[in-house]
Design a protein around this ligand. Structure first.
Ligand SMILES: Cc1cc2nc3c(=O)[nH]c(=O)nc-3n(C[C@H](O)[C@H](O)[C@H](O)COP(=O)(O)OP(=O)(O)OC[C@H]3O[C@@H](n4cnc5c(N)ncnc54)[C@H](O)[C@@H]3O)c2cc1C
Length: 368
């Protein structure tokens, strides 16, 4: 049966843009749909590490990312009264973190996708159904400018985040899951005095975490993660709660008082943990739709970008006839587990309680 596209991708942020750009590079016909209009922000803090650097480098946009925000070469730590600074160490890549606001990261990625002539990008395009023939996904239906459209493809990729419509429709099996353990709120600040490096800062007080990340536009991102039991209280007055949390961290108190908050406090208490089976008849998932983690560990972008790159390579193997669909998808699933399982387990484990992690870190340094 002739299809309109090789691949339809739903969601054009980290996972969706990356899958589409790599498939576009190989000249596959891709339809990329997102309900957002870019440049567009999203609910998320945004520090990432060498796995994302690798992917951005492969796409030829790493230098652009580096030109917009400082490389965070030190890690400044406050762990229950102990203060130490260390250089950022990465086992497999550059020794720094980067923190780009999501509006900036997505601007880079969507512009990169648009350079691929075989990728057709539709914004304000809300996907509300998938097309299905004899149990095989064959396309999607979406609404754009008040009209309903459909298109068919050999593969539909759901890169549409935590509330994925594609996942809702195909009902993937769950490999691992974890209930919501924590809530996170964050805001941006101007004139926040930075630690030398500049540094990414991690402040732990018992089972509470605040992190501080210099980002682009001369802003500093500051986020607080506390146990989910405190979500009702946080939600009542996020601004007052966040201010209280920041002032209670000894190494932040005075600096926060002499800085200016820019924009509102945002956050959520609804992020669980899961790993889902990421493929089936005519469909695949990439990013938060197939694996989601509590944000305390700041791993989602590295995970989504790496899984998207692995998926694009696997889809190329299949579409080019080098591998069968089953072989390609099994390889995608194997590689994503290999990359992610330790991170997933560690993030879920310490989302329950950060203290065993900070105690081990202090013991390792002879501080406890
Ligand atoms: C509070 C918070 C803090 C975080 N902090 C960090 C951090 O510091 N570092 C880090 O690495 N990760 C962090 N994360 C995780 C990170 O945000 C995600 O892992 C990452 O965004 C996943 O990217 P994605 O492309 O899979 O999904 P998303 O970024 O969610 O993109 C999904 C896209 O799909 C589109 N879409 C959804 N449904 C439809 C539909 N029906 N039709 C059309 N389009 C649709 C949406 O508009 C969206 O653009 C944080 C998350 C939260 C909630």
């Amino acid at each position: 049966m002739k299809r309109d596209y090789d691949v339809i991708v739903v969601g054009a942020r980290v996972a969706g843009s990356i899958v589409s750009a790599f498939l576009g590079q190989k000249k596959y016909r891709v339809l990329l749909l997102d309900r957002a209009r870019f440049p567009s922000d999203t609910l998320s803090t945004h520090f990432f590490r060498y796995p994302t650097f690798h992917v951005l480098e492969r796409l030829g946009v790493l230098d652009e990312a580096y030109s917009l925000a400082p490389k965070l070469v030190n890690s400044f730590n406050y762990l229950d009264g102990h203060v130490f600074t260390e250089p950022v160490k990465s086992p497999d890549g550059p020794s720094h973190y980067l923190c780009l606001r999501r509006i900036t990261l997505h601007d880079i990625l969507i512009k990169r996708v648009r350079r691929e002539q075989t990728v057709s990008v539709h914004e304000d395009a809300y996907v509300d159904d998938i097309l299905n023939q004899n149990g095989i996904v064959t396309g999607v239906q979406w609404r754009e400018q008040g009209k309903v459209f459909t298109a068919t493809a050999r593969l539909v990729v759901g890169a549409d985040g935590v509330n994925s419509i594609v996942a809702k429709k195909v009902q993937p099996a769950i490999d691992n899951s974890e209930p919501v353990r924590r809530t996170m709120y964050y805001a941006y600040y101007r004139n926040f005095a930075l630690q030398p490096g500049p540094a990414a800062e991690f402040h732990y007080r018992g089972n509470r975490l605040v992190y501080v990340f210099p980002t682009d536009a001369a802003l500093t991102l500051i986020a607080s993660s506390v146990p989910i039991e405190e979500f009702p209280e946080f939600r009542k007055n996020p601004s007052a709660f966040l201010t209280r949390e920041l002032e209670a961290m000894p190494e932040i108190t005075t600096r926060i008082r002499s800085s200016d908050q820019v924009g509102s406090v945002k956050g959520t208490g609804s992020i669980p943990g899961w790993q889902r089976v990421p493929f089936g008849n005519g469909w695949a998932l990439a990013g938060d739709s197939e694996q989601i983690l509590d944000p305390w560990s700041g791993q989602g972008i590295d995970q989504a970008s790496t899984h998207a790159a692995i998926l694009a390579d696997a889809v190329d193997q299949w579409l080019s006839g080098k591998n069968s669909w089953e072989e390609s998808m099994r390889e995608f699933n194997r590689k994503r587990h290999e990359f992610s399982d330790k991170t997933f387990e560690r993030t879920c484990k310490f989302a329950r309680d950060l203290r065993p992690m900070t105690e081990a870190a202090l013991k390792k340094r002879g501080l406890l």
